[in-house]
Design a binder for this molecule. Sequence first.
Ligand code: ATP
Ligand SMILES: Nc1ccn([C@@H]2O[C@H](COP(=O)(O)O)[C@@H](O)[C@H]2O)c(=O)n1
Ligand code: MG
Length: 237
Amino acid sequence: MWRRATSLSSLIFSSSRRPLRDQGAYSLKAWEFFCAEPFKGEGCLSKEKNLFITFVLGGPGSGKGTQCAKIVENFGYTHLSAGELLRQEIASNSEDGAVILDMIKEGKIVPSEMTVKLLKKEMESCDNGKFLIDGFPRNEENRIAFEQIIGAEPNSVLFFDCPEEEMIKRVLNRNEGRVDDNIDTIRKRLKVFAASHYPVIEYYSKKGKLYKIDAIGTEDEIFERVRPVFAACKGAH
Ligand SMILES: Nc1ncnc2c1ncn2[C@@H]1O[C@H](COP(=O)(O)OP(=O)(O)OP(=O)(O)O)[C@@H](O)[C@H]1O
Ligand SMILES: Nc1ccn([C@@H]2O[C@H](COP(=O)(O)O)[C@@H](O)[C@H]2O)c(=O)n1
Ligand SMILES: [Mg+2]
């Protein structure tokens, strides 16, 4: 159903096993998004610096963090993982941290003001204006809060499309000691993801900003599907 609603760009890009020479129309579209003038609102972050923002979406274990590390290495973006910022807030023993821990254990989405506040702080303190925002927005509330508080929209949105069984396998093998990497919480996270991500994907698809990436394959194979999105505009900003 939702495949029919995806943008032309995501349809082109979702056929990621196609040779790159067939992706000319896609590359042109990527150029347009990345080179577009960033949104400028009154009194907001985007007023102070040129922002080039990519949201990186996908279910738990779909490989967002892994691919973000490769994008940073190759294209000089600053990686902000919403989940990681929330975990740092827990580690700081703040009042918010206690609330956040309870929600993460249950696989719930933390109130948007808390998450956007953390993202804003990082964005303000960073000289680089090129941001990969990983695991955000998780739902429409996140999306709208970002627009209102940061005063900017993403230039593009990557969506890592991965089957549930593969996501479960990857998360259970991750071994990073996360409180939410256990089968009960993973099932809750998958339910929340299934219930809340679609409107966000649909929103950016309609705006022609969505790039759907097939997340099955080796890490390097997947990065070769991601690379052209960023390569199209390398050096332009
Ligand atoms: N293409 C891949 N094939 C197999 N394993 C992978 C692949 N990509 C990432 N992994 C592994 O799967 C696990 C989950 O990957 P990663 O942490 O990047 O996912 P994520 O989307 O950021 O998940 P989360 O939303 O839970 O933070 C990691 O252990 C990672 O090393
Ligand atoms: N926008 C977000 C992002 C994350 N969370 C919470 O953190 C958990 C872990 O996130 P990862 O991206 O690292 O998987 C997630 O399950 C949520 O509980 C959030 O609330 N809002
Ligand atoms: Mg991650």
